[in-house]
Design a protein around this ligand. Structure first.
Ligand code: LFR
Length: 477
């Protein structure tokens, strides 16, 4: 094995993506962000779609940049792709797309969502079978609607590839379903690592579209049809970005840390050998997603910085660089604490035309004044998310019968002082921020383990934690 190993992480988020060249030398990981690009879904005639052609183009541009950034004579060993959860490509045997790729915020699942919500027995059955609550973006509801609105698809499509699976196919030519992304769908059996026959039947989906999920870390072969990357291994990393981010948590091995991956969504959860199920877990919207090795990541999806990203669109002057961001956060910190916080579970925040208007409507309904400027909205949103994180913590402590000692935060929000402080204040626990691109780091960790450079995830976390800068936020009165 060479003394320095180079791997590339392609990390697609719902609002931005990046390609990171990781180098592993003397037990230390160094990151070089070689390409970053914005991402957004597009609306056509009332429906939301991802522009997958552009995403693939950006991945290729980033991978070329990764090759160009290698020191003279060095080789890229591997590449791995992680993507947000639930969305999928329907393809035929040749891998050709037979249906456009919808974006999960498309309102087309609303009737199915309500139908399931109002059928208590089915809701309980699906939760007991899959461990995933009834949420508007579930692949189950999306696929159910897609097949019902276009029945010919059961003849046209032969495979359902979730987005990381689809990009792995474009890179390697192999069609596989990977476990962590499969666990976001509400179609995986919560007690095994295979699909749930009951869920597939309930949502009337062809079982032959899905193959038994592979564990993350599986080698898919060499890159095909992309000459610059000839000889590079494609490794199926945790395809779900949140699973990758959780892998990157420099957690204490005793299981007393609660994890917060903070970006467009706030994903609050922990690692466990068993799922958290039952009526209380369903009511608390606990998703029993999976770790790449098959264990569980019970978590709650709090709406996250989507609230702030959306609100900013309504302000002509909004931060465009780190300095302007810092000025906005400082201005928001100086404001008095809001009189009342937002109800962050409000479904009106899912995909509004104007987020600012949706926030104002909730405040008006509750006879509360709207903030005066962007700093005011930033303060209200961060404090409200802090409360949402603390509520999730309390639900987990109650249901899993555990006491957490710290909250570890990675992702974009880990750099947001206001959000970290609000989370510490509301939860009463120290919040440890690692200002780390968690998803890319977890993606790279899986590749390094598969390549044999690191023994296992526990070892990776221990090595990563050594000397990693951290900021600890304690509760402030
Ligand atoms: C975060 C994330 C969440 C998932 C949401 C929708 O990027 O993957 O974990 O619930 O996107 O897919």
């Amino acid at each position: 094995m060479p003394s320095t190993l180079y791997s590339a992480a392609v990390d697609f988020g719902a609002t931005s993506g990046r390609v990171i060249l990781g180098s592993w030398s003397k037990n230390r990981l160094t990151l070089n962000e070689v390409h970053r690009f914005p991402n957004a879904f597009r609306t056509l005639d009332g429906h939301d779609y991802w522009d997958v052609g552009t995403l693939w183009h950006e991945a290729q541009t980033g991978l070329r940049a990764a090759i160009a950034a290698l020191p003279r004579g060095a080789k890229l060993s591997s590449v791995g792709v992680d993507v947000w959860g639930v969305d999928f490509a329907l393809v035929n045997d040749a891998g050709r797309l037979v249906f456009p790729v919808h974006a999960y915020r498309d309102a087309r699942t609303q009737p199915g969502l309500k139908r399931l919500a109002h059928t208590r027995a089915a809701l309980d059955r699906i939760y007991a079978a899959t461990g995933i609550p009834n949420v508007f973006y579930n692949s189950s509801l999306q696929l159910e609607e897609t097949v019902a609105s276009c029945p010919a698809l059961t003849d046209l499509a032969t495979r359902c590839l979730f987005l990381p699976d689809y990009f792995n196919f474009l890179l390697s030519g192999r069609m596989e379903n990977e476990l962590t992304i499969a666990s976001t769908t509400q179609l995986l059996d919560v007690h095994s690592t295979d699909w749930s026959g009951a869920a597939l039947k309930h949502f009337r989906l062809p079982p032959q579209w899905f193959s038994k999920p592979i564990l993350s870390g599986t080698r898919l072969g060499q890159v095909k049809n992309f000459p610059e990357l000839a000889g590079v291994q494609v490794i199926a990393v945790p395809g779900h970005d949140t699973a990758a981010a959780y892998d990157a948590m420099p957690a204490s091995p005793d299981g007393t840390d609660l994890f917060l991956s903070s970006g467009t969504w706030s994903l609050v959860g922990f690692e466990s050998d068993k799922p958290v199920l039952g009526p209380d877990a369903l009511a608390a919207r606990i998703s029993n997603e999976r770790i790449g090795d098959g264990r569980y990541r019970p978590l709650t999806n709090v709406i996250g910085l989507w609230l702030l990203e959306g609100t900013m669109k309504d302000f002509a002057t909004r931060p465009t660089n780190d300095q302007e961001w810092a000025a906005l956060i400082t201005a928001a910190e100086k404001l008095p604490a809001p009189a009342a916080l937002l109800d962050v579970i409000d479904p009106a925040f899912t995909n509004p035309v104007s987020m600012k208007a949706a926030i104002n409507a909730q405040l008006k309904r509750r006879k509360l004044a709207a903030p005066k400027n962007l700093a005011g909205y930033t303060r209200l949103i961060c404090d409200s998310l802090g409360r949402g994180h603390a509520d999730a913590l309390r639900a987990f402590e109650k249901m899993a019968g555990k006491k957490f000692k710290r909250i570890l935060i990675v992702g974009g929000g880990s750099k947001n002082r206001l959000l970290c402080q609000a989370t510490a204040n509301e939860s009463g626990l120290p919040v440890v921020s690692f200002a780390l691109e968690g998803t890319a780091v977890g993606n790279l960790a899986s590749q390094l383990i598969a390549l044999g450079a690191v023994k296992d995830l526990a070892t990776f976390r221990r090595l990563l934690g050594q000397g990693l800068p951290q900021t600890v936020y304690g509760r402030k009165p």
